[in-house]
Design a protein around this ligand. Sequence first.
Ligand code: ZN
Length: 386
Amino acid sequence: MDRGMISVERWSEGRQVYFLTHLHADHTNGLSSTWKRGPLCCSRITAKLFASKFPGFKLSLLRILDIGQWNSIPLVSPTTESNTTVNVIAIDADHCPGAVMYLFRGEFGCMLYTGDFHWETTGKRAEIGKSMLLSALGNDKVDILYLDNTYCNPSYYFPSREVAAQQVVDVITSHPEHDIIIGIDSLGKEDLLLHIAQALKIKIWVWRERLQIMDLLGFHDIFTTKVSVTRVRAVPRYSFSIDTLEGLNIMRPTIGIMPSGLPWKPLEGNTNVFGSSSHHSRSKLSTKVGSHTDMHKPNDNSRAMESYHEYIYTVPYSDHSCFAEIKEFIKLVQPTNLKDIVSSSSSYVDPLYYFGHLSGANLQSQGRVMNCAQIDTTDYQNGYES
Ligand SMILES: [Zn+2]
């Protein structure tokens, strides 16, 4: 198969089919409402949300890949003009609504592209995903694993989302007189908000566009745009800052909760670390994880909530796998080659450094991997959790 016939989240011209794992901005960078470069494969939920992210997008270009079903996609070699086929199956990534990983089979062999994923050690969805992946693989080996390496560093450890969600509820109930704001993206962390709404029997305020997405996802009567009916508000991450909270506290006692696997704290001279500048906070903080006096040891897998500012709590609720979960995943897949998909900050460590020994075969260097890859992929400068 010729190189560059299909493309996973690289949106340059000239490919025959494109694949999208989920709708977070760092994965759609380059896509637009005027897209016409070719058919775009995604999950059914992603397709449902597509128009809310890209109004006017020509939806007839979307190809829905239902989870757990093999799809055969015909391709034509641009050099020999001969026909060939790539087979692909989408598997639930348990990251944000609609997020999937893709397992490809073709003349190039077998490739697994995780996109962003969070397979928890004891998670039911992860359990279903694992058995789906193993059954799809059969006796084949994954020749190249493209891995979500967001937290591929032993410094990153956090509890299950259920435990972290309860930590958020505990913070809220311990502040009965406070308004609460929670920083979220335009997609993701819905389960956390549902947990809070159910535990406290309250509605949660979201902004208008976010309410439309909640409606599309089928979450009716749980979220509201009326400020007067609830003291808990989920706000866009970009508006979550120390400045915002200090301003809110002039009017009413308010605390902010940031759910993230990143152990964020204010940087000197920067009071808006929870916006785009968090790229730097992540790299600086990575060396401090595990040394904080209030934190548990890395191997107990239970990093607790932290408060770096009188108005702000960070709670280790993450939609990415932590280091221990990544390790378990690689043990399961035993890829022949490994390639990271997130290249960012100074906390970056090549997954081969930690996991090279876990493969059934000898893992090759990144350069060799890139040379043998037949599918175009992209690296993300992922400076924040999304
Ligand atoms: Zn994501």
